[in-house]
Design a protein around this ligand. Structure first.
Ligand code: AMP
Length: 192
């Protein structure tokens, strides 16, 4: 059984990161979205990897939907190429709207904003509030230390081991989309 995935919300750095690998990986994901006819939902800005990703989708003629906060919109952060965007009052309402619009979630390398957004949707899946798979595009091994910390949670009995497998982690954009499309919900209780 596969899932129909029409739109994916992507969380990623509002900075570019060091070197070219992160930019290259973000652009590769954008091109993969276009190949698969998947629409991008993202923070709607012209900053860092967020802009690189949106540019790649727009350049390929794909669909991009931006969801910004009033504050960031007021600061002039809106990506100038977006025809399709909405402005919401807070980060909380914005995240809820992105989760509503998307069929799945991806995090690229980023900072605390990226992690916070991804952890929220992973938690909502774990608690059963949503059934929309998530994955990490592990460019240049960026997420290896994070997954090491997840392993520490498992070793210390704060997280069931099966829940490590409830997200797709790969450096390859095609494999990531494939993993989300074929994702099967992990049915292991949260409480041990
Ligand atoms: P960070 O990883 O800390 O750079 O934050 C990036 C994440 O937080 C993105 O996925 C956005 O959803 C949100 N975010 C951070 N900065 C902005 C911005 N200037 N405009 C819109 N969203 C932002």
């Amino acid at each position: 059984m596969t899932r129909t995935i029409k739109r994916i919300a992507v969380f990623c750095g509002s900075n570019f990161g060091r070197g070219d690998a992160y930019k290259d990986g973000a652009a590769a994901l954008g091109r993969a979205f276009v190949r698969h006819g998947i629409g991008l939902v993202y923070g709607g800005t012209n900053k860092g990897l967020m802009a690189v990703l949106a540019d790649a989708v727009l350049a390929g003629g794909g669909s991009v939907h931006g969801v910004l906060t009033t504050r960031l919109h007021g600061k002039g952060h809106l990506h100038p190429g977006l025809k399709d965007f909405e402005v919401l009052p807070t980060m909380g309402t914005r995240k809820a709207r992105m989760a509503e619009l998307a069929d799945a979630f991806i995090a690229l390398p980023g900072g605390i904003g990226t992690l916070e957004e991804f952890m929220e949707v992973w938690t909502l899946n774990q608690l059963g509030e949503i059934d929309k798979p998530g994955g990490l595009l592990d460019i240049a091994g960026f997420y290896a230390p994070f997954m090491g910390f997840i392993d520490h949670m498992i070793a210390e009995s704060f997280l069931p081991a099966a829940h490590r497998g409830s997200i797709v982690v790969t450096p390859d954009a095609e494999a990531l989309i494939e993993g989300l499309v074929s994702y099967r919900k992990v049915d292991v209780p949260k409480w041990m």
